[in-house]
Design a binder for this molecule. Sequence first.
Ligand code: GAL
Length: 671
Amino acid sequence: MKNINVLPSICYGGDYNPEQWPEEVWYEDAQLMQKAGVNLVSVGIFSWAKIEPQAGIFDFEWLDKVINILYDHGVHVNLSTATASTPAWFVRIYPDSLPVDENGTRLSFGSRQHYCPNHPHLIKHIKKLVRAIAEHYKDHPALKMWHVNNEYACHVSRCYCENCAQAFRKWLKKRYHTIDELNERWGTNFWGQRYNDWDEINPPRKTPTFVNPSQELDYYRFMNDSIFNLFLAEKEILRELTPDIPISTNFMASFKPLNYFQWAEEVDIVTWDSYPDPREGLPVNHAMMNDLMRSLRQGQPFLLMEQVTSHVNWRDINVPKPPGVMRLWSYATIGRGADGIMFFQWRQSRAGAEKFHGAMVSHSGDEHSRVYREVKELGHELSQLDGLVGARIKAEVAILFDWENWWAVELASKPHNKLSYIAIVEHYYRELYKRNIAVDFARPGDDLSKYKVVIAPLLYMIKEREDENLHRFVKNGGTLLMSFFSGIVDENDKVHLGGYPALLRDILGLCVEEFVPIAEGQSNLLQVGGETFECTTWADMIRLEGAQALAVYGEDWYAGHPAVTVHHFGQGKSVYIGTHPESRFVGQLLEKVLAEHHITPPLEVPAKVEVQRRYTENEEYLIIVNHNGHDVQLTLPKDRNYQNVLSGERLHGVKLTVKGIDVVVLKEDKN
Ligand code: GAL
């Protein structure tokens, strides 16, 4: 997948909402942007009501002025299609365009994203608007990228209205062709749910007790597809009128309702929004999301489309990022594959629900605030990193990640109903993160041949041919690490019969006979030779069928039973982890596996120092981020020559000091 360079430099800027300000502020804004090294802003995201003040009447005069002022100051635009919120006039004409929740309550106008994706007039109006905007700006030299809608589904990920019910029936017909097939796939003989006619089927609205999980799962798919269709409709018009302008829509990383692997196939570049809570310190989850977002398009660099300079407004208590942290986390993101750092938003709003949300320019409006000074410093630094644009990361480890599996494993009525897919994925990810091992995310059906180690946490759903893919991977010499409650159901959430995990028993060399969830607050022990570790959450009762036990349970009625196993299969092997072991165990296990495959970090560094390596065709960069409050001493390899990109200095000798809350970017000096 080829790289998309939106600009020849690192993109730097943010959401810009000029309609909230009088014209004289636009000039001030453009000057402040120029001073801060801003080169790209996202304009018009919530401007539908301003661009089309009445149905079919378009006003571009104000936006022309804004974009021209920006362009005169060297700022390009990531132009929005303005479809994020329907205007009041639209809602007045089509009151049934307001979405309905599972209890039948219709939501009201007065906030944002108040639309049902399946309203028949919505798509018509969207198409008209997008065509008008694209026709008007297609040749404007400031236009560098399209920002379609905004964070699709962030507030309304599901609608249950009558329009949706009808669309759902159509969607089901297309998927299953006959009502018998649907009954079979949904297992409707259970609780007498059999359907005779498509019109009997409804969205999974509020029911007396558990709704059919297969129906619920299909509703996830259907809603994802309904919203995706809105994106595709916009994309088609933009592609037709501006074939060379990259198209994106901002993702929210671990956002459950949208299958971003599916969406990523249709954007030209992945862009995403990140708001880690400064109260939580070192953002492991942020790193994981960066790796996930980079992996959506096979390693193609992405843009961080939104982050905040300081604090948000939507947590209970909105703590700001301390000095230097915004810069630090920005580099951490660049280290994991970002070619752009953007913010929500440029200027702090005066009115509305987000007036106390941080911005690049605060209410004071001047250049003296700490935040603007940090913004300006970062902008200038990033302008020295042009060489990094397009640089890639090479990972030999992949974690399997699948949205449909996420939907399914967290549906109700499971042996353990507090399993969090993301938390368990992160449990494994964290140990790679701590050791600075580059990691990609991949779908279970993706080509895994470039990886040496594949980790499959909580891969409850195994769809057709995914089992063959895993067989192939292990047979060809890979090491598979698979956690408990994996390989249990098919794409309709129906159990794969024949002993768990039926399709993978031969790779794993075992059969899981029984699940023993462990109550919250309780634990068991894992015994490995003389060493003991804690395990929680779950205990599989494993019958060995060729595998060997690496660890056994230490307590309870199943003490002495295998808990973690290894099995050689073809050229490779699989490790099965039938419980949720403490981090120390996962870390040690991974270290062994990584050593067997000679997988090493770019540098050996102290704790809380992130080091990532990015490669261009001729150059290699090391991005070193010290999250500690104190200085750290690093040792660089003797046989390499590095240049410190930000200071320009050439490094002689092998010692390098990185200050506390600071960053060093090294370029390997090939001369
Ligand atoms: C994002 C959204 C922005 C803004 C921001 C506040 O989710 O796209 O429009 O609301 O959050 O943190």
